[in-house]
Design a protein around this ligand. Structure first.
Ligand SMILES: [Zn+2]
Ligand SMILES: [Zn+2]
Length: 476
């Protein structure tokens, strides 16, 4: 690794305390690693019809494409017994959960601690899912989380649904996966054992064991092989791969929308509970993908049950307070979009400041009234006023603040919001101290503002303005 990146040594202190072969794989990467690597390492040429035969990964093509063909032929010539059907579903969940609770949440993310018997079981049934060894799988998955949606992400969702689902395995990788530290996995005896014996374990768990169970159990050797072996494998394959494709494409982003991961029930149903992928990418070390009890996450229930029987411990959860912050941020973002879709009253700074004398003068030419320091032109509302035209006409050329805020009638929030839309000027020195709240229409009291937006336009009210700028009739 170190020859590939610029020579930048890890801190001497860190180096002095670790054996050379125990240095993290990412110990000496540059700070601009993604940008640097994408620029420096040239990718293999794009896949085209002309080069596709040379660029295919034939081993993966065989592993991925042959089972569906054998399965389809086998189903046509093998009747399905109910015991075999039931066993196939159970075996689908056993091998599938070994991917989700084992390969994914335990080994890729260390979201809980598993006892040795549980680790062996997950490693064995995980091999029956025929998706490579734990070590290979988890390294790729850690790169996926670290470089999500970039070309260092092995199943970059920006390359399309098919590529992120299965295409990335069918061809030779266009570039090397981003670096990810897997020292914890290389030290794990069970992972080493699985990696060393992967081929034998895979063949036995994927095909031999299901055939034996159905054959010895109820005499259905062929059904065991076809349904619990091959067809079940095809389902497990596409279930796991849907986490990279469907879960980065379908649904909502309730926690963060910076990247492609999404939450959706359909994905959860297809992936044994990995469908709350937006949550997962935000909080990858959480043993849950679904945080609500009613959401479908059997993998979470499995891990929780393993804890209950003493086979798992130290289940990690992210602080609920921080989870809620993520949700609130996204909710506010949506509300902000709604807010920006509406028309709001003119900003203080856009309105002319008008003296009392000028106001009186101009009110003789058009229906102007003062409320809470603002001058309003009510010409298009005289006949629409629910209390009658006369109530408005008698306040023309006057300060109607007291009447509007309850002196005559306690106007509704809607009335206040509507009135604010008719602002045409700010009265110089027109708002008495302490009544600033009346200047802010109810619809704007909980306004959503970005951190870099300086205060409300109403924080500097008309009363604070020193100069009028309407002596020449700007307001008109
Ligand atoms: Zn993902
Ligand atoms: Zn993950």
């Amino acid at each position: 690794m170190s020859s590939v990146y610029p020579t930048r040594q890890p801190p001497a202190v860190a180096k002095a305390h670790v054996a050379p072969n125990d240095l993290p794989a990412d110990a000496d990467i540059p700070d601009n690693y993604i940008e640097y690597t994408l620029k420096k390492d040239k990718p293999l040429p794009p896949i085209q019809w002309a080069n596709i035969l040379n660029e295919l990964n034939w081993l993966n093509v065989t592993v991925i494409c042959v089972p569906p063909v054998i399965g389809a032929i086998g189903v046509c010539y093998t009747s399905l017994q109910w015991r075999t059907a039931l066993f196939s579903v159970i075996y689908y969940f056993l091998t599938g959960v070994s991917m989700t609770a084992g390969y994914h949440r335990l080994w890729s993310h260390r979201s809980y601690n598993a006892s040795k018997p549980l680790e062996y079981a997950l490693a064995l049934f995980g091999a029956g899912s025929v998706q490579g060894s734990i070590k290979w799988w988890a390294r790729g998955h850690r790169a996926h989380h670290r470089y999500t949606d970039t070309d260092l992400d092995p199943y970059n969702a920006h390359k399309g649904f098919f590529y992120s689902h299965v295409g990335w395995m069918l061809v030779k990788p266009r570039r090397r996966d981003g670096v990810a530290d897997v020292r914890d996995l290389t030290k794990n005896a069970i992972i080493k054992w699985q990696h060393r014996n992967y081929l034998v374990l895979m063949l036995f768990m994927a095909f031999v064991l299901p055939t034996l169970v159905a054959g010895l159990g109820w005499g259905d050797w062929r059904g065991g092989y076809v349904y619990a072996g091959v067809v079940r494998l095809v389902f497990v394959h596409h279930s796991t791969w849907s986490v990279n494709s469907l879960a980065h494409w379908l649904g909502e982003a309730p926690f963060d929308d910076k990247h492609t991961p999404r939450d959706h029930l359909i994905t959860a149903l297809a992936t044994i509970g990995e469908g709350y992928h937006n949550f997962h990418h935000q909080f990858p070390m959480d043993y849950r993908n679904a945080i609500r009890w009613y959401q479908y996450d059997p993998t979470k229930w499995f891990i929780f049950s393993m804890q209950a029987v003493g086979l798992a411990s130290h289940l990690k959860t992210f602080p609920d307070n921080e989870v809620k912050k993520g949700q609130l941020t996204m909710q506010l973002k949506k509300l902000r979009e709604k807010q920006e879709g509406l028309v709001w009253p003119s900003d203080n700074n856009d309105l002319p400041v008008v003296s009392w004398e000028s106001f009186l003068d101009q009110a003789t030419k058009r229906p102007l009234i003062v409320v809470a320091g603002f001058i309003h032109d009510v010409s298009d509302f005289l006949d629409a006023h629910p209390g009658g035209r006369h109530f408005l006409t008698k306040t023309i050329g006057t300060d109607a603040t007291t009447a509007f805020f309850g002196g005559v009638y306690e106007h509704s929030n809607a009335a206040h919001n509507l009135l604010a839309m008719k602002r045409v000027g700010v009265l110089h020195g027109g708002m008495p101290h302490g009544s600033e709240e009346k200047a802010i229409p109810p619809s704007q009291r909980l306004r959503i503002m970005r951190y870099n937006e300086t205060g409300s336009p109403y924080t500097s009210s008309g009363s604070g303005l020193e100069q009028t700028d309407d002596e020449g009739g700007l307001m008109g």
